[in-house]
Design a protein. Structure first.
Lengths: 534, 179
C-alpha cells in the first residue's frame, strides 16, 4: 500500500472506532497500529480533537441558528454536555456563580455570543440584533445577564442594569433611557418588556407603534415622549408630548395625551395625574456623558505618561500628534532612537473619546510606516482598533516589510480571526512561516466598537497568546522559537519585498481606525495585558 | 459537618478549576475511550470522584495533573464494567496514550481554532450535513431517513468530509503559510 492509502485506512479505522462501528478484526488492527507508531498515536490525538471541535461547532451553530435569546436564568444552553451539567446543576445549586462558559467551548466563546459569522461563505450574513447600546453613564450591569459594550448591538433577551443610566436605540427608531436598578427584556426592534426600573422613551414618527410591556399593562406609543416608573408601589406612566395607548387586562384601552399621567395598578380607573418631567431628568445624559468622557481621557493621559517611562516599552504611538501632522511621534522614553512614523494617506478622526485623536484607514494606500530596530526574544504588541469591515482575505494590523526570518505579520483574516505569523526564512524560494491563528473575533456585531488587541510572543513558555479586550482568547505552542526582528513595519497595510517579480502588491489594507499602538520588549502576563486594556 | 461558608468557597474554587480544565480532561479521555459519549460519561464519574477527594488536593499542584490521574483510573474502571459490550484498548496502550496525550494537549486550542476556519471552507450542504450528524449523536440511520438518502452513501460522504476537514486542520497548523 502506498502512503496515501495507508493514511486513508488509518482514518477509516479512527472513524469506525469513534462511531462504534468497528469490528473485532479492525479493532485489533487499530490497536496494533497505535502500539507500533508514535506518528499514528499523534494522528489519533489530532483526530479526536477534530471530532471534539466539530461537535462543539455543531452545537454552537445550532444554538445560533435558533437565535436563542440571552437566558434569563443564567443557565447554560440545554444542548450542551448533558452528563457533566447534571452534576454541576446539583453541585452548584447553592452557589452564586454563573456557569455561562459552559454553553461554548473553552477558548471559543466570542463567536457564539456575537452571533453568526459567514464572511467568506456563500450565504448572506445575518444578525439577531434588534437595538444598540448608544451611550450610558456609570453603567453597572449584572454580570450574569451580560455586560454590553457601548455601540454593541443587542439581541433579544434580558438586560439587568444594576445602577447608572443606559441609552438604547431600537432599530425601528425609538430611543429608550433606562435608570438602574432596572430589568428589561428586549423582544424585537419595536418592543420590550420592562420588569422594573424607570424609563424614558422618545419615539419619533417613523417608530410609531413602539410597545413597552409591563407586568400591569402595555403602553403603545403613537409618536411621542413618555416616562415609565415601575419603582413605586404604584407604577405610573407619564406622557410629556403626543399620545400613548394604555392596554390593560380586562379593561378598555385608554388613550393618554401630553401632560397626563396614569397609575398602572388601578386598571380602568379614571384617576389621572399631571405628568412630572422632573422625575425623569436622568435621561438628560449630555452633560454627564461629556464629563465622564473627559475624565476617562484624562485618566488615560495620566496612565500613558506613567507607562511611557517603562523600561520594557520600546514603542508607543499615542496618535495625539493630531490633525495637520503627517507623522506619529514615539512617546516611549526608551525608544527615542526610533524615528517618527510617517503617515501615508489616512485621515484624522476622533478616537475613543472626543479629545482623543485616531487615524482612519480606508483606501488601499492608507498606511503608517516606521522602523523598529533591534532583536527581540520576547515581544508584546498591543493596539486599540475599531474595525469597520472584512472584505479582503487578509488585513494588516502591523506587518514587517517582506517575509524574512524574524519578521512579524499581525493580521485580521477574512473570517474575523486574528493571525500572528512569524518568518522562519526563505528556503529555497518559498518563505517558511509559522502562523498562530486565533478563534473568530470580529463578527459584524463587533464592527464599529473600540477593541483592545494584544499578542504575546513568549519564547520562554514557548507559546503565542492572543488577547481581546484584555482577555486571553487562545494560546499556541511555538514549534521553533526565533529571534524577532520587526524592522521596517507598516500599520494598516503591507509592502511585500521590493523585488522585480513583486510588481503587483497584494491588497492587505486594514479597514477601520486605530488610536494607540505599543510594542514591549518582553512577554506580558495575562494580568499585565488586562491592565493595558483598561 | 464543615462550615457552610467554607464549603461554599471550596465548591466555588472546585468549579472554577474544573471549568478551566474541562476541555482538556474531556480531550484526554476521548483518546483513551475513542468516542465522545463514553468520555463524557467517564468525565462525570471523574468529577464526582475528584470532588469527594478535593479536600486532599494540594493547592500548589497542577489541577489537571491531579485530576487526570483520577480520569485515567475511572476510564479503566469504566472499561472493566463495559468489557462485554465494547471493544477496548489494552492497558499498555492506554498507559502509553495517556502519557503522550498530556503533552499533546498543548495543541488542542490551535486545532480547535483551525477547525473553526476549515469548517467555513465547506459548502453550505456539506456544513449542514456535518452539523446534523454531530447534533444527532452520529445517528446516521435516522439522518439518512430524514434526508431520503441511502445510509451507506450518506456515511461515506460524511466520512470524506471528516477526512478533508482533518487534513485542512493539519495543513493550517503545519504548512499552509499565510505570510
Amino acid at each position: 500500500m502506498n502512503k496515501e492509502s495507508d493514511s486513508k485506512e488509518m482514518h477509516r479505522l479512527f472513524l469506525a472506532k469513534a462511531d462504534g462501528t468497528i469490528t473485532n478484526e479492525e479493532h485489533a488492527r487499530l490497536s496494533l497500529m497505535l502500539h507500533g507508531s508514535a506518528s499514528v498515536r499523534s494522528s489519533w490525538f489530532a483526530f479526536q480533537d477534530a471530532e471534539a471541535a466539530l461537535l462543539a461547532w455543531a452545537q454552537r451553530e445550532t444554538l445560533a441558528s435558533h437565535a436563542a435569546p440571552v437566558s434569563s436564568s443564567g443557565a447554560p444552553p440545554a444542548l450542551t454536555r448533558g452528563g457533566i451539567l447534571k452534576f454541576f446543576g446539583a453541585l452548584a445549586a447553592g452557589i452564586a456563580i454563573g456557569l455561562v462558559a459552559w454553553g461554548v467551548w473553552a477558548g471559543l466563546p466570542v463567536r457564539f455570543l456575537q452571533g453568526e459569522s459567514s464572511a467568506g461563505a456563500n450565504v448572506e450574513s445575518t444578525t439577531p440584533s434588534v437595538a444598540v447600546l448608544s451611550r450610558g453613564l456609570n453603567m453597572k450591569w449584572n454580570q450574569t445577564t451580560g455586560v454590553p459594550a457601548v455601540n454593541a448591538p443587542l439581541s433579544p433577551g434580558l438586560l439587568h442594569l444594576e445602577s447608572g443610566v443606559a441609552e438604547i436605540e431600537f432599530f425601528q427608531g425609538a430611543r429608550l433611557c433606562i435608570e438602574g436598578p432596572a430589568e428589561i427584556e428586549l423582544v424585537s426592534a419595536g418592543e420590550a418588556f420592562c420588569r422594573s426600573g424607570r424609563f424614558r422613551a422618545h419615539v419619533p414618527p417613523q417608530a410609531r407603534g413602539f410597545r413597552l410591556r409591563t407586568p400591569t399593562g402595555d403602553i403603545v406609543d403613537l409618536g411621542t415622549d413618555f416616562g415609565l416608573d415601575l419603582n413605586q408601589s404604584s407604577p405610573e406612566v407619564h406622557v410629556f408630548k403626543g399620545e400613548v395607548e394604555l392596554h390593560q387586562p380586562k379593561v378598555q384601552m385608554q388613550t393618554l395625551i401630553g401632560g397626563v399621567a396614569a397609575a398602572l395598578n388601578q386598571p380602568g380607573a379614571a384617576r389621572t395625574l399631571a405628568a412630572n418631567a422632573a422625575n425623569f431628568a436622568f435621561s438628560d445624559l449630555d452633560a454627564g456623558v461629556n464629563a465622564s468622557q473627559r475624565l476617562s481621557f484624562e485618566k488615560w493621559q495620566a496612565t500613558s505618561a506613567e507607562g511611557n517611562q517603562s523600561a520594557d516599552l520600546r514603542l508607543r504611538l499615542d496618535f495625539q500628534d493630531g490633525p495637520g501632522t503627517r507623522s506619529l511621534r514615539n512617546t516611549a522614553l526608551h525608544g527615542q532612537d526610533i524615528a517618527p512614523a510617517s503617515i501615508v494617506g489616512c485621515s484624522w478622526t476622533e478616537g475613543r473619546w472626543p479629545s482623543k485623536h485616531a487615524l482612519q484607514f480606508k483606501s488601499l494606500s492608507d498606511r503608517v510606516r516606521l522602523r523598529v530596530p533591534g532583536e527581540y526574544r520576547q515581544f508584546t504588541a498591543a493596539c486599540w482598533v475599531q474595525l469597520h469591515g472584512l472584505n479582503i482575505r487578509q488585513g494588516s494590523i502591523c506587518m514587517s516589510e517582506g517575509v524574512d526570518q524574524g519578521y512579524v505579520h499581525w493580521q485580521v483574516l477574512h473570517d474575523g480571526s486574528l493571525c500572528l505569523g512569524i518568518g522562519h526564512g526563505v528556503k529555497p524560494n518559498q518563505p517558511v512561516w509559522e502562523d498562530f491563528i486565533s478563534p473568530v473575533v470580529f463578527t459584524p456585531e463587533r464592527f464599529g466598537q473600540w477593541v483592545h488587541l494584544a499578542i504575546v510572543y513568549d519564547s520562554a513558555a514557548c507559546e503565542v497568546r492572543h488577547y481581546v479586550d484584555g482577555k486571553r482568547i487562545s494560546r499556541h505552542t511555538i514549534k521553533l522559537p526565533v529571534v524577532l526582528t520587526p524592522g521596517l513595519l507598516e500599520l494598516g497595510n503591507w509592502n511585500s519585498p521590493p523585488k522585480p517579480e513583486y510588481r503587483q502588491q497584494p491588497v492587505r489594507n486594514f479597514i477601520g481606525c486605530m488610536d494607540e499602538f505599543s510594542i514591549f520588549t518582553r512577554a506580558m502576563t495575562d494580568v499585565e495585558v488586562r491592565a493595558l486594556a483598561q | 459537618m464543615p462550615n457552610s461558608a467554607e464549603n461554599s468557597a471550596a465548591s466555588e474554587q472546585f468549579i472554577t478549576l474544573l471549568n478551566a480544565t474541562h476541555g482538556r480532561l474531556l480531550g484526554f479521555l476521548r483518546t483513551l475511550l475513542g468516542n465522545n459519549a463514553d468520555a463524557e460519561d467517564v468525565l462525570q464519574r471523574t468529577s464526582l470522584a475528584i470532588w469527594r477527594k478535593f479536600s486532599e488536593f494540594d493547592q500548589g499542584r497542577d489541577f489537571f495533573a491531579w485530576a487526570s490521574s483520577f480520569a485515567f483510573y475511572e476510564a479503566k474502571n469504566f472499561q472493566r464494567i463495559t468489557a462485554r459490550s465494547r471493544l477496548h484498548f489494552d492497558e499498555v496502550l492506554m498507559e502509553r496514550l495517556a502519557e503522550e496525550r498530556v503533552a499533546d494537549l498543548d495543541n488542542q486550542d490551535a486545532r480547535f481554532a483551525a477547525m473553526d476556519q476549515c469548517i467555513e471552507e465547506l459548502d453550505v450542504p456539506g456544513r449542514e450535513l456535518v452539523r446534523e450528524f454531530y447534533i444527532n449523536n452520529t445517528d446516521v440511520a435516522s439522518l439518512a431517513e430524514k434526508l431520503g438518502r441511502a445510509p451507506q452513501t450518506l456515511y461515506n460522504r460524511l466520512n470524506t468530509l471528516r477526512r478533508l476537514l482533518g487534513e485542512c486542520v493539519k495543513r493550517r497548523l503545519g504548512h499552509d503559510s499565510l505570510t
